[in-house]
Ligand binder design. Sequence first.
Ligand code: ADP
Ligand code: MG
Ligand code: MG
Length: 208
Amino acid sequence: MNSNNIVDMFLEIAEKIESEKDYITELDSVLGDGDHWVNINKGYQEIVKMEDTLRGLPLSELFMKVGMSIMSVVGGSSGVLYGDAFLKASMTLKGQEAMDLQKGHEFLETALDAMMSRGKASPGDKTMIDPLFSVVKAYGDGLEKALTKQELGAAISRAAEQGMLDTKAMIAKKGRATYREDKGVGYIDAGAATMYYQLDILGKHICK
Ligand code: ADP
Ligand code: MG
Ligand code: MG
């Protein structure tokens, strides 16, 4: 995937997120303070505004710009976590014109590490980290098994969905859901839901 492909993917994600306002707001209203959609949507709408600039940038600079913009415009936990993840992951693409399957995995793994260390959270804590963790694992397994692009894309989308669904039964160990007596058991985490949208669309774009 080159810069144009990434921007096309971002635009599709922005549209998806914009259309899920009610659902995401409801999820974060149950477990958190209800602003997750506003936060993440603001980040993606900023990316939409930067479309032309981003298309002309080398990959690492594209993601660095996205990270810096998220850091500055997005509030809440999401701003710091996504900002840091994009900034650190952008370094894996220094000097690269395009991202191949191996690089894509390295990028996601670096983003996951950045989010885990910034948020001091682990997989299983009922956060946005859960679908990302599932995808990094499935993607790595898929590369080892030398899956075709199509199979790999499908595996990524499946793992993203499963990682999001798995948060329903989890006991929250990080984030605002920990303030609830029931620790959010029985509800999907809002951050996991928006992470799923992004990774599901990534899975669909990777097969192209
Ligand atoms: P805030 O909770 O500050 O209002 P958002 O609503 O934008 O921020 O994001 C909430 C989401 O952030 C949660 O649904 C969860 O997925 C994620 N989250 C919260 N705390 C952490 C953490 N320490 N590590 C990773 N993810 C976290
Ligand atoms: Mg919130
Ligand atoms: Mg908030």
